[in-house]
Design a protein. Structure first.
Lengths: 74, 316
């Protein structure tokens, strides 16, 4: 599974980077995003959900979050 | 009788404000909720260029004010603004143009369509004479309250009551983490536990929920009454919760009716000071008779903000 590390990237750049990564991935593929605690973990999952992707899980790992997502249809 | 140079009906609702210079006025435009089409903005710019000083003023209450307009040009200014349906606002002891935040159509925080409410109140209540003093209404879409609803005579704040679909919850804990009011915590089963007494209806849990397990059970407006700013500021207090959007005009009308009646003979006094004089119970009971399902059990008087503390050596 592809992992995209967005730690250290602030809003909304992290969301835009996530979008760009997803452009090169086929629909139905599962991807993992690493997100900082605070604003990034509050904003990025919600924004990606609004874009039509399916959120599979979100859990904390040693001070940051791992978001698992399945790319939605275009 | 001298020949009448201008149509005095244009002046009836106010909105033409005397400036320092001879014959010069500020023309305050009616911009409910601060939303303005670009076509209208272009027309205003053209009128300001033709008749004004070369600049406009953006007022605190979201109006555009044309500066340095000669009173002899009033009719032409009104007619040319009318080509883009732009109207002139009011001043004096009337219901003013309502203010509002950008609203929920494009702002991700917005819970309620404040722009729609502001337009409706503007259409139905704008310019209503209070008989006493100005009367300001404001719509904020969420508890962030960017437009500062509680310093208006009647302030509306978007509110949402959350409900959880436990099956849709993936136990990520984001809602409990995001709830700055301490109304949510994670329970022993790793699902959120809701403490309704601490909730301020901001909907952060719904917004942050990655799966949509949190959703809106009901939406409406939290209503605070009796605020104002100026020389002696007051912050309005809570009278009702979850007032539906379609009851807003009726609610304001009821407050206005109480004010018109209770301020009789008091002169130029704002609603908040009348509430302090009459007691909040009187207004609360009046509203309860019409809106029993939304009015709170009890409230407190408008809160006085001391901005004029006596200096050392002065006695209060």
């Amino acid at each position: 599974m592809q992992t995209v590390d967005l730690r250290g990237v602030t809003c909304p750049t992290n969301f835009v980077m996530a979008k760009l990564e997803l452009e090169d991935i086929e629909a139905g593929t599962t991807v993992e995003f690493l997100l900082d605690d605070g604003e990034p973990v509050k904003n990025v999952p919600r924004s990606l959900k609004d874009e039509g992707h399916k959120l599979l899980g979100l859990h904390e790992r040693e001070g940051y979050y791992v978001l698992t997502l399945e790319k939605g249809e275009e | 009788m001298a020949e009448q140079k201008i149509d005095l009906r244009n002046l009836k609702a106010g909105g033409f404000i005397k400036e320092r210079g001879k014959d010069l006025f500020t023309v305050r435009l009616r911009v409910p909720g601060g939303r303005m089409s670009v076509d209208r903005l272009s027309k205003i710019a053209a009128v300001a260029q033709k008749y004004g000083k070369g600049y406009v003023h953006l007022s605190v209450r979201q109006s555009i004010e044309l500066i340095n307009i000669n009173f002899a040009d009033f009719d032409a200014v009104v007619a040319e603004l009318g080509e883009e349906q732009q109207k002139v606002a009011s001043c004096g002891a009337r219901v003013r143009v309502p203010t509002a935040c950008g609203g929920c159509e494009y702002n991700p925080n917005g819970l309620v369509d404040t722009q729609k409410s502001a337009l409706e109140v503007d259409q139905k209540l704008f310019g209503t004479a209070t008989g006493h003093h100005k009367f300001k209404v404001c719509f904020a879409g969420c508890p962030f309250d960017c437009p500062k609803s509680a310093i208006n005579d009647v302030g509306f704040q978007g509110a949402v009551w959350p409900k959880l679909d436990a099956d849709g919850c993936i136990s990520c804990g984001l809602c409990a983490k995001s709830c700055t009011e301490g109304a949510l915590s994670m329970g022993a089963d790793n699902k959120p536990v809701f403490d309704a007494t601490k909730c301020i209806y901001c909907g952060d849990c719904i917004k942050v929920c990655p799966t949509g397990a949190w959703s809106a059970e009901k939406k409406g407006y939290t209503v605070r009454i009796g605020g104002k700013w100026g020389r002696r500021p007051l912050v309005g207090t809570l009278y009702a919760t979850f007032v539906p959007e379609e009851r807003v005009v009726d609610f304001i009308s009821a407050v206005l009716g109480w004010y018109q009646e209770k301020a009789e003979g008091a002169g130029r006094v704002r609603l908040g000071d009348i509430i302090i004089r009459e007691g909040w119970q009187s207004l609360l009971e009046r509203l309860r008779s019409e809106f029993p399902e939304y009015v709170v059990q009890e409230t407190i008087a408008p809160q006085v903000i001391q901005t004029q503390l006596p200096l050392p050596g002065q006695q209060a």
